[in-house]
Design a protein around this ligand. Sequence first.
Ligand code: NDP
Ligand code: 2IT
Length: 451
Amino acid sequence: MNSHQADDLATFMAGVERRNPGEPEFLQAVHEVAMDIIPYIADKPIFQELKILERMTEPDRIVSFRVVWEDDRGEIRVNRGFRIQQNNAIGPYKGGIRFHPSVNQSVLKFLAFEQVFKNSLTGLPMGGGKGGADFNPKEKSEREIMRFCQAFMTELYKHIGPDTDVPAGDIGVGAREVGYMFGQYKRIVGRFEGVLTGKALEFGGSRIRSEATGYGAVYMMEEMLAHHQETIEGRICVVSGSGNVATYCAEKLIGMGGKVVTMSDSSGFIYDPEGLTHDKLQWIMELKSKRRGRIEEYVREFGGTYHEGERPWGVPCDLAFPCATQNEITADDARTLIDNGCRGLSEGANMPTTPEAIRVIQASKTLLHAPGKAANAGGVSVSGLEMSQNSLRLQWTRAEVDQHLRRIIRGVHDQCVEFGTAADGHIDYFKGANIAGFNKVAAAMIAYGVM
Ligand code: NDP
Ligand code: 2IT
């Protein structure tokens, strides 16, 4: 970036900061994209004249609403729900719903903004959105979860539809919550339609949707390594998280001959030097999704060590897969990973790497680093395939969906290479993903004229 472009970036960001005070996560996500797009459009005046980036950073609309429900003791509880409809230039708004106490407008705006670029990269016709609530599903009974989901959908249904906005899962929202929300939507509108993805197979879900994000993060790593004539086989893998994305990421890694030695939750991480097996992973899936227990219980069952309050990045590894949450890899963590000889980092989570950590990795040039908008695009890709299957009123086989998923991730990888390769041959996957994602949405916005 030359000094003129640096000035343009500073001016642009000053405007975004003025319009979005107190929203650090959103500003972080916008800055990471603008850093690549502003130099890219420097010699393309049409994008500047038509204020494409300015328009992309302003959500089409934000819906915020009260969610009132009754807990098991008969107490009335009040939460705040949101849906951010960021951009529908290339298709209906599409993106997950997050239930977590940390949810606020800034977090959902960062996720909706990232989603626009991610969905564009998949090549499927999906715009970007995100929703959620500051509801904490932990220690809630099954009936409380159900009542909350129903109350949430009783407002959200007014704003979504199979051709307008199609939510799915994210942190704290899996097949169970999608089932409750889909049931409530169907009850209110009186129609059975593909308004949510991540549904169970019995009522319109797609095969491999549960697995897709984790599998996709591994396929992306496989593509990056293959591009450099390397493979996953025999590599030591560090995974964070123990939810949907982390567990299926670990499953695919084990299946491909990787040695997964860690998993974590918000309390700490476990290290198993022997490596996880399919049986151990099955136990973790049951622990987390059925018993809703803590990852520390693993060491009582299988040995290894538990590290309270720590993240796993200090464990020497070849490949790292952050699959928990945003900003979970700091600059110090990035230095540790690089010093330990880590070769690849594939972001199963959204924005897990801080800006300082990204700079450390980019400066080292030794680590293949796929951003979340490319590496975790597998989830929304199979959501897109679920929409197609719902429209066609049929269900594809596992092999068919997996084939599509692999093809889509290969396409994402190849776009990153096309737009992210420097003169010296180094591939900046962040830059490639940002530019490729931007191009398609920008072209559609230009075609529509000024709006
Ligand atoms: P889950 O709710 O299934 O699992 C989340 C995991 O991350 C849990 O292990 C949880 O620990 C941990 N975690 C959550 N918040 C924090 C935190 N603040 N600090 C430390 N650990 C935390 O969610 P998913 O697996 O679906 O989502 C994980 C990541 O992947 C998110 O960034 C999400 O946006 C992203 N993603 C998800 C997709 C999907 O299809 N589900 C698609 C694309 C991206 P604990 O059990 O203690 O809460
Ligand atoms: O961040 C994401 O891509 C998701 N949570 C999945 C979105 C979707 O619509 O499947």
